[in-house]
Structure formats: C-alpha cells, structure tokens
Design a protein around this ligand. Structure first.
Ligand code: GTP
Ligand code: MG
Length: 204
C-alpha cells in the first residue's frame, strides 16, 4: 500500500495500528493458554501443549493488529527470548501465582529482560499476569508484585493483573490496559513514549 493511502486510511481511523508484543514467563505459567484466549474464536485451539521454541502469529484486537510472539518458558529455550526484544512495543510476563517457590526464578528472568539493552532502548509497557488464581494457595497480586520487585520499575508503565487463563477471568482487563498504553504511545508517534511518561504501576 502506498504511503498516501496508508496516511489517508490512518487519518480516517480505518487502518489498524500494528504492534509487536512478546509473551514470556516460566514454563507452565499459562502463556499459551492466555494467548489462546485472546485469539479470535475461529483461530482458538482446543488443546494447549507446551510450546516448543516459540510461536508467532498476527491477529486483530480492537484497533490494533498485534504480532504476538509466544515464547517457550522451558529453561533450554529461555535464551531465545532476547532475540525478539528488538523493537518490541509491549511485554506480557506471565507467572504461575500458585507456584510460590518459582516466583523468585521468575523475578530473575523478569530482571534480566528489563536489563536487556533492546528493552532499555524503548519504554515498552509491561503487563504481568498473576495467573492460575483459581488454584489453592495462589499468591495474591499485591504479594506477587512485591516478590517480583515491580514497584522498583520506574522507567516504564507496568501493571499486575490477577487471571485465570482457563476461564479467561482477568485476561481482558489486563489486555485492555495494555492496548490503552499502546494506543496512547502510538498516538504520540513514539512507541512507548506515553508509557514512559506514565511510568509507574498499578495492581488489580
Ligand atoms: P510453556 O509453553 O511450556 O512455556 O508453558 P506455558 O506458559 O505456555 O503454559 P500453558 O499455557 O501450556 O499451560 C500449562 C498448563 O497450565 C496447562 O495444563 C494449562 O491448562 C494450565 N493452565 C494455564 N492457565 C491456567 C490457569 O489460570 N489455571 C489453571 N488451573 N490452569 C492453567
Ligand atoms: Mg506455551
């Protein structure tokens, strides 16, 4: 499409804005189940299996056309995460809130992601899902936030959202926050700019 038509459709609000987003977190935290919930019904799969390497797909969500990179959380594949950080406009970090022991490992991975040069180069907002809230002993989002050290994140917007990816509870609320961040940043013309301006977290 020529830049003229792109500008015109964009001006008329008819062109979907594109955004790249990575979904990371330890294995078994529920990333693929969560992404499955976001897919249009016709693309949703009935069976979710552990991801091998990663899976990339593009689908529309509201006014956005999202390219979603769903990474495997298995330790052998975690080294792959960073190869998708360049140009990323948003990060979804999923933790299994019922697995308190591994929240510390999740924190290390989150810290490594935030310290990566390609992530630091932008202000991609970070949405953390405290997933599997339906399971007994699940740590509430406030405590998860403290264990993960979220209040120390000051260079970008972040949010923690309780979820049950199986039923979809909490997923739409979290993603609504993220799409608002993306739309605001894109309206400002600099991906992540609004997020940086609004840096600071919130928990639900
Ligand atoms: P990897 O691809 O191996 O990194 O795992 P993943 O993070 O993509 O996890 P996946 O979505 O494959 O889910 C792992 C298991 O947890 C599956 O059996 C899911 O059905 C289950 N699961 C995911 N979300 C929830 C949840 O909110 N509650 C419960 N009870 N189970 C969940
Ligand atoms: Mg997966």
């Amino acid at each position: 499409m020529s830049s003229f038509w792109r500008s015109l459709l964009g001006f008329l609000g008819l062109l979907k804005r594109e955004a790249k987003l990575v979904v990371i977190g330890l294995d078994n935290s529920g990333k693929t189940t969560l992404v499955n919930h976001l897919r249009p019904a016709r693309l949703a799969s009935f069976e979710v299996v552990p991801t091998v390497g990663l899976s990339v797909e593009t689908f529309d969500l509201g006014k956005l056309r999202l390219t979603v990179v769903d990474m495997s959380g298995a330790s052998t594949y975690r080294g792959l995460w960073e190869t998708y950080y360049r140009g990323v406009q948003a990060v979804i970090f999923v933790v299994d809130a019922s697995d308190k022991i591994r929240l510390c490992v999740a924190k290390d991975e989150l810290d490594a992601m935030l310290a990566h040069a390609d992530v630091r180069a932008g202000a991609a907002p970070v949405l953390v899902f405290a997933n599997k809230m339906d399971l007994p002993g699940a740590v509430d989002p406030g405590e998860c936030s403290l264990i993960l050290g979220l209040p120390a994140i000051t260079d970008r917007a972040w949010q923690i959202q309780a979820s049950n990816a199986l039923s979809g509870e909490g997923v739409d609320e979290g993603v609504r926050w993220l799409t608002q961040q993306l739309e605001r940043a894109q309206a400002d013309g600099a991906p992540g700019a609004a997020a940086a301006a609004a840096a600071g977290g919130d928990r639900r």
